[in-house]
Design a protein around this ligand. Structure first.
Ligand code: ATP
Ligand code: IP8
Length: 270
């Protein structure tokens, strides 16, 4: 890859859906986020993007009913697997429609068709097509999905799981995680103050403030998100991660077009 700046962006399920109501997209938010991304791309010629999105009250709700993430066998398990796929895909269609309407050249890489897992971790993924899409100035889109698992039968990979496995082959400079919350709160029971910076050095001290999602969520909420990102910056010291609110209009556009903007919680090597 050349000198341009590659950013992985997650549009969290807590942002693009209402996680308190099954199968409820926030279409106005999705449309605004798409416009912000498009505006940032126009004013930042070196910016290259890989977009991932979460499943919110689509996939999580159905997966929770069937415990799809834990693996299984038999007709009922595979029926559930299929229903989770349908829910995740339905949300993906809405996101892609909005991104396309905003003029973004998006191409979808459905995880079920590309990735296999082993005990809930990415096992094999030919990332060459994604690399080529970025090199040709397209915007690849991935999303949390069901995948076949060589040990468990089936499982679920979150957007963060996918990002973790794409960092090494694609070498992004930044990961932006947009959710409904202003960042990582020092006390999730009393949301207000966000933690400005998390590093491998202060992670242990911050960990008690990290909890699963307050909504139905089979991939772990803020705790697993921060854990995964701290591990990534530890392994890739040049990488920086920002967790921020995409509900506040303008945040996403600013973070995309002005690297270094201090919004939300930063996760960095030091
Ligand atoms: N310290 C904390 N700060 C902020 N949120 C926290 C904290 N601890 C737990 N949470 C919960 O984690 C949620 C964010 O994780 P969640 O996985 O729901 O987000 P998401 O990635 O946007 O959603 P999805 O997994 O559907 O894509 C928050 O909405 C909150 O309920
Ligand atoms: C529940 C499904 C299908 C995917 C979960 O992905 P995430 O919302 O990124 O955690």
């Amino acid at each position: 890859m050349d000198q341009s700046r590659l950013v992985f962006l997650k549009l969290g399920g807590s942002l693009i859906t209402d996680k308190t109501k099954p199968l409820t997209p926030r279409l106005d938010v999705i449309a605004r986020l798409a416009e912000e991304i498009s505006a940032a791309m126009k004013t930042s010629p070196g910016l290259r993007l890989l977009i991932g999105h979460g499943s919110g009250s689509f996939g999580h709700d159905v997966a929770n009913r069937y415990q799809t993430h834990s693996g299984g066998e038999g007709t009922a398990y595979w029926q559930g697997f299929c229903e989770v796929w349908q829910a995740a895909r339905a949300l993906n269609l809405l996101v892609v429609e909005a991104l396309t309407r905003s003029g973004l050249p998006v191409v979808v890489f459905p995880p079920l068709a590309m990735v296999t897992a082993k005990n809930r971790r990415v096992h094999a993924w030919d990332t060459q097509p994604i690399k080529l899409a970025i090199e040709h100035d397209l915007v690849p889109v991935v999303y949390g999905d069901v995948v076949f698992d060589l040990e468990l039968g089936g499982t679920i990979l979150s957007t963060e799981d996918l990002f973790q496995s794409l960092v090494q082959p694609l070498c992004p400079q930044q990961i932006l995680i947009a959710g409904q919350d202003a960042g990582v709160y020092g006390d999730p029971q009393n949301p207000g103050e966000t933690i400005a910076r998390i590093t491998p050095g202060n992670f242990e001290q911050i960990q008690p403030a990290l909890a699963p999602s307050q909504a139905v969520d089979v991939t772990g909420g803020m705790l697993s998100k921060v854990q995964a990102m701290v591990k990534l910056v530890q392994e890739n010291p040049a990488l920086e991660v920002t967790i921020f609110s995409g509900l506040k209009a303008g945040n996403l556009q600013e973070l995309l077009s002005q690297p270094g903007t201090q919004i939300g919680t930063w996760i960095a090597h030091q």
